[in-house]
Write a protein that binds this ligand. Structure first.
Ligand code: ATP
Length: 292
């Protein structure tokens, strides 16, 4: 057998991402390992990518795609509700009366001109900055991806997965498997065992996104998370956002790029209106409309 523990780790992560119970994950891994042993084959040659094989297994087992726990919450209450948010810097009124409601299964995009307060609004939603007015209610756990700064120069990708996974209650193998499975979804199939300082800018940014999503937080807050991604990775990223939502997460993305806004259920444009009173911001657009 050409035993590839990395491939099997990623497969385990992929199966868990699809909601397979732990006993089924163990059974599938055992059977797969036995097959590889008998056939003496390389796993990628025998089964393709872990992601594709997990999808096939998932389909053949007929496992429901969305855990029931998340569905129930969607019907009951929004995951994130920001009401009447206001923020000042001295005499400058940055945010005024901004509302945002995001349920499980929904994607919200925050757009607007440079400096209009998008990152500030997201930080307020994440609870790392205080608003001067309004209220934020979050139901569930939060994964927050700021614009950079969430990784350590000296740790490898796997070490990041294990460290952050531990903080979210995941064991070592599970963290590594989940991290690598998420990496594959972002077009980063084999995170190299090198320190993060030596990763390319786009790859390091992928690491930030993966760490945010590790452990399946209920609410994902992503501040221009695709910076430095190549075109394919950018497309994969938006596919992944939609899949995360379909799996029951509530997602808020701060974005400058308007080409994927059809993926969002809600678009909030924080650009100040020329007709509004000075400092008045917070305009909402229904799904599919383009902000100015
Ligand atoms: N502590 C502070 N004191 C004064 N002004 C501040 C402070 N923090 C942020 N600002 C200002 O608030 C404004 C909004 O910043 P923010 O980063 O939220 O905007 P943004 O819409 O995300 O910008 P960009 O599109 O450029 O990323 C900026 O003009 C910034 O300089």
């Amino acid at each position: 057998m050409i035993d590839d523990p990395d491939w099997l780790d990623v497969l385990a992560g992929e199966l868990r991402l699809r909601g397979l119970p732990e006993d089924q994950v163990t059974r599938v891994l055992g059977e797969t390992r036995a097959h590889l042993w008998d056939a003496g084959e390389d796993p990628a040659r025998a089964f393709g990518t872990p992601s594709a094989y997990a999808a096939a297994v998932h389909e053949s087992l007929g496992t429901p795609p969305i855990p029931a726990r998340r569905k129930v919450v969607r019907a009951e209450a929004p995951r994130l509700q920001a009401t009447g948010i206001g923020k000042r810097h001295g005499r400058h009124r940055l945010l005024h009366d901004v509302d945002l409601t995001v349920h499980a299964g929904e994607v919200a995009a925050i757009v607007g001109a440079n400096g209009c307060g998008k990152s500030t609004f997201l930080r307020i939603c994440a609870g790392v900055e205080r608003a001067h007015a309004g209220r934020v209610v979050v139901r569930g756990s939060i994964g927050y991806c700021p614009q950079g700064g969430g990784t350590s120069d000296f740790l490898t990708p796997d070490e990041h997965f294990v460290l952050v996974g531990a903080g979210r209650g995941l064991g070592r193998d599970r963290s590594r498997g989940a991290g690598r499975a998420l990496a594959e979804h972002l077009w980063w199939p084999r995170p190299a065992p090198i320190a993060a300082a030596r990763l390319s800018g786009g790859t390091r940014q992928k690491l930030e996104v993966i760490l945010t999503a590790l452990g399946d937080p209920d609410v994902l807050l992503l501040d221009e998370p695709y910076q430095g991604f190549d075109r394919d990775s950018y497309m994969y990223f938006w596919d992944r956002v939609r899949e995360w939502a379909n799996e029951g997460r509530a997602i808020v993305v701060v974005t400058h790029l308007l080409d994927r806004l059809e993926r969002a259920d809600t678009v909030v444009d924080l650009t100040p209106s020329p007709h509004a009173a000075p400092g008045v911001r917070g305009r909402h657009h229904p799904k599919g409309t383009q902000p100015r």
